[in-house]
Design a binder for this molecule. Structure first.
Ligand code: CDP
Length: 241
């Protein structure tokens, strides 16, 4: 990732978005760690009207021989949308979209966790979307990282996730549901802000290479802001720095 500012935007070039945000503004964000008694780690994230819970179990011994890795843990993830989370009732159970999001979430978190510390084990992550408003995969990854930290699982960094994209001709940070549906492009990313490593990058729609650079810069900025809120949530739970 270059640090070039080629084509960067300034506020005066831009127009307000339907919800009144500036092009480089996140939706209101709230993160809480340790919200569930029975899980080893948990977190709750609200970003805009998204409401997402994550629960972590493990590391615990894995008894499924065909999945077991003798020298490290495996990380499994299930992303699920509640029937009442979207406007048209979501049919319960997995579908193509949730299977894909479960897979990319595990892949986005994998590089951050010191899996080699827990041979023959599994770490299981459950993400429940209670209310969806665009960007639930990012909210889920953000919540899952905090839940992993809350479970005391050693990590290189907490992975933060944020999308940017293009809506109404403008490159913007953190698309709302309307911007996601009506917009020209969506670029969700996840990263470890401490090292700058990007662990997820997906893209839907069309961007020129300049717009892609602008969107990537905005998504990275968003991740950095979210990362601070994640650390704050862990601090609030356990006190001190
Ligand atoms: O949620 P995310 O942006 O990661 O994934 P998406 O597939 O791009 O979905 C965008 C938005 O569409 C979701 O956040 C929901 O608000 C909405 N959606 C829905 O209304 N019904 C579904 N079955 C799936 C998504």
């Amino acid at each position: 990732i270059g640090d070039s500012n080629k084509g960067s935007l300034v506020a005066s070039d831009t127009k307000k978005r339907p919800d009144g945000r500036a092009f480089d503004e996140l939706r209101p964000l709230k993160i809480e760690a340790g919200v569930l008694e029975r899980a080893d780690g948990s977190a709750y994230v609200e970003i805009g009207d998204n409401k997402v819970l994550a629960a972590v179990y493990g590391p615990r011994e894995l008894h499924v021989r065909r999945l077991l890795k003798p020298n490290m843990a495996i990380l499994r993830c299930r992303y699920n949308m509640a029937p009442f989370s979207v406007e048209d009732r979501k049919r319960p159970g997995p579908d193509r979209r949730s299977v894909e999001i479960s897979k990319i979430t595990a892949e986005a978190l994998n590089p951050a966790v010191f899996l080699e510390k827990f041979p023959r084990s599994t770490i299981d992550i459950f993400i429940e979307v209670l209310q969806a408003e665009g960007g639930t995969r990012c909210a889920g990854i953000t919540a899952a990282s905090v839940a992993l930290a809350d479970a005391g699982i050693p990590m290189r960094d907490m992975v933060a996730a944020c999308a940017a994209g293009k809506a109404d001709g403008q490159v913007v940070m953190d698309l709302s549901e309307w911007e996601d549906k009506e917009g020209e492009a969506d670029l969700p990313i996840a990263m470890m802000p401490r090292t700058g490593d990007i662990t997820l990058l997906q893209m839907d729609g069309h961007l020129t290479s300049d717009e892609f650079e602008q969107a990537l810069d905005l998504a990275i900025e968003g991740c950095k802001i979210i990362s601070e809120a994640q650390k704050e949530a862990i601090k609030n739970r356990y006190g001190g720095d």
